[in-house]
Design a protein around this ligand. Structure first.
Ligand SMILES: C[S@@+](CC[C@H](N)C(=O)[O-])C[C@H]1O[C@@H](n2cnc3c(N)ncnc32)[C@H](O)[C@@H]1O
Length: 536
């Protein structure tokens, strides 16, 4: 008997609560990881083998467990961690084929499913009344208790729903559209659907997204089985998803690495009111961090990794603030239930102004420069900011959404359309602001011009909002530069025709910019208006 066989034979006799096999022998190996959990009173063990995109299940009886472990460690994976209640057994096959093994106290993670665990009443989901679907998704066992190995996940999901509950109970809307990014097996998605419909009593439409085809197929089948008409799942990349209307809430629990950033960026682009995100593994900053003055942080691999993970979340928080989202960084759950325990809670506001954004940008940039850490989220936002010299003066053009730019835009609209022209409609906030794309221009610490692109019913047409330019900056050519930028942004959105309802006095300006009259003149608040359009 080899040392590996002898060791595994002894371990397989113990009360195993979980095992993880990893580190495939070759990079062509089909499976990247395999996890094992006991089911049916630990008479059977379920092996869940993961390819890059799918998971496959196999049930093995307890008396075949040792044989299966030996097979996996001899042929497929170099490394295993086998958990009992008390100990974690670590096994590793060296490159020379030698077995290295150790044993340490199991201080965290896998919990015994005790009566106490199941009786916890302070969970938002009442365990005495869980719906059958919780059994089908594999959280509740046939005995009505939380499945041992799912206890931590269940705790995370209940906590997540508590955070959602905090905002939902103080928000008067009756209907929510929620998108769950990187939903995986969709424990959170199903539990959240149950919470919203049965506990919060709201109408809800939830869409879950993940890259794993089979998992999405199974989730859709389950939603259908339970007649959850407003719960659906899509197999697609987060970055390609385009909702048919503005989601009220975006949730992302442990979406891998920059998948979290895509989720946050999308939520900002759509002007989603609430974002709840618990980030997962973070590699982006770790891969690029460099520092001249603080190498004590980056010299030690472990400290560097933790520092980068925390710094990434801090940068995400500040970038969301910069975009007009009031953001709190909260402890998600006790570390014993998940080491990934930071939750970013962001609530959309439109109160941020140029001055606050300036301070935030300085703070973010200082950090990025020190640590060479310009990360995905801020890079995407920064793509839409540039300086342009007009008439020998530098102007900053910023393109963005209402949460980031509306306050500055409103201040200038009130000044130009309201106080100067006494034109109420042009100076008021309206529903179009919520989804519009703004272009604001700044110089010398003030907002000098603003306009916006407004969606129309036809998908390839858009409306240019009235351009407001501060009086002392007229005749500079800022309006022209701004209109060019609006055309460019519209083209990026595959728009074919741009409309404008021009004040008659500005008709010549629009004609010079290629617009032509396309409707009859009319009066609005005693101002002559004329519809014009341009094919772009
Ligand atoms: C750690 S799992 C978390 C699953 C689930 N939210 C949970 O907490 O149980 C992360 C999931 O994100 C998905 N994912 C990663 N990148 C993605 C992307 N770009 N688009 C869609 N899903 C993605 C993965 O397929 C995986 O299922």
């Amino acid at each position: 008997m080899t040392e590996l066989e002898k060791t595994l034979k002894e371990i397989a006799l113990l009360d195993i609560v979980r095992a993880v096999f990893s580190c495939p022998y070759t990079k062509d190996e089909k499976y990247v990881k395999c996890t094992v959990r006991p089911i049916k009173d630990a008479e059977i063990f379920q092996f869940e083998s993961f390819t890059k995109t799918q998971a496959f299940h196999e049930n093995v009886s307890k008396d075949m467990l040792c044989e299966k472990f030996i097979f996996l460690l001899s042929n497929t994976f170099r490394q295993a961690e086998i958990f009992t209640q008390e100990y974690v057994y670590g096994l590793k096959i060296s490159s020379k084929g030698k077995l290295l093994h150790n044993k340490r106290k199991n201080t965290q993670g896998v919990k015994q499913q005790t009566a106490e665990n199941n009786r916890q009443k302070n969970h938002i989901i009442d365990l005495d009344n869980t719906p059958q679907v919780f059994t089908d998704i594999g959280i509740i066992g046939k005995d009505g208790k939380i499945i041992n190995s799912r206890y931590d996940k269940y705790k995370q999901i209940c906590r997540f729903c508590e955070f959602i509950d905090d905002v939902v109970k103080n928000d008067p809307r009756e209907e929510y559209f929620i998108v769950d990014f990187g939903c995986g097996k969709s424990y959170l998605t199903f539990v959240c659907y149950h919470y919203m419909t049965k506990i919060a009593g709201k109408k809800v439409k939830i869409t879950g997204l993940d890259l794993k085809e089979k998992v999405i197929e199974d989730c859709n089948a389950l939603a259908k089985k339970y007649g959850y008409d407003n719960l659906s799942f899509l197999c697609m990349d987060i970055k390609d998803y385009c909702p048919d209307r503005r989601p009220d809430m975006v949730i992302a629990l442990h979406a891998c690495d920059t998948a979290t950033d895509y989720a946050l960026y999308n939520a900002y682009l759509w002007q989603t009111d609430y974002i709840f995100s618990v980030p997962c593994c973070q590699h982006e900053m770790n891969g690029k961090v460099k520092t001249e003055h603080f190498s004590l942080i980056t010299d030690y691999g472990l400290i560097k990794e933790r520092f980068c993970a925390l710094a990434t979340d801090a940068l995400r928080g500040k970038t969301l603030e910069y975009c007009g989202y009031k953001t709190d960084v909260l402890e998600f759950i006790d570390e014993e239930h998940s080491p990934k325990n930071i939750l970013l809670r962001s609530v959309r506001t439109t109160r941020i102004d140029r001055c606050k954004r300036g301070i935030l940008l300085e703070e973010i940039s200082r950090f990025e420069n020190e640590f060479n850490a310009k990360l995905f989220l801020h890079s995407k936002i920064a793509e839409n900011e540039y300086e342009l010299e007009i008439n020998g003066e530098n102007f900053k053009f910023v393109i963005g959404k209402a949460s980031m730019l509306l306050k500055d835009a409103m201040t200038l609209r009130s000044e130009v359309f309201g106080r100067e022209q006494n034109y109420k409609k042009g100076s008021c906030r309206d529903n179009d602001d919520e989804t519009a794309l703004f272009v604001n221009v700044y110089t010398n610490g003030q907002t000098v011009a603003t306009s916006r692109l407004i969606k129309l019913a036809l998908p390839d047409e858009m409306l240019v909002g009235k351009i407001a330019v501060k009086s002392q900056y007229r005749k500079y050519g800022i309006g022209k530069a701004m209109l060019r930028e609006l055309c460019k942004q519209a083209k990026n959105e595959n728009i074919k025709t741009l409309h404008v309802i021009a004040q008659k006095q500005a008709m010549e300006f629009y004609e010079k910019m290629g617009f032509c009259v396309c409707g009859n003149e009319y009066e609005e608040e005693s101002i002559a208006m004329i519809p014009m359009k341009k094919n772009i």
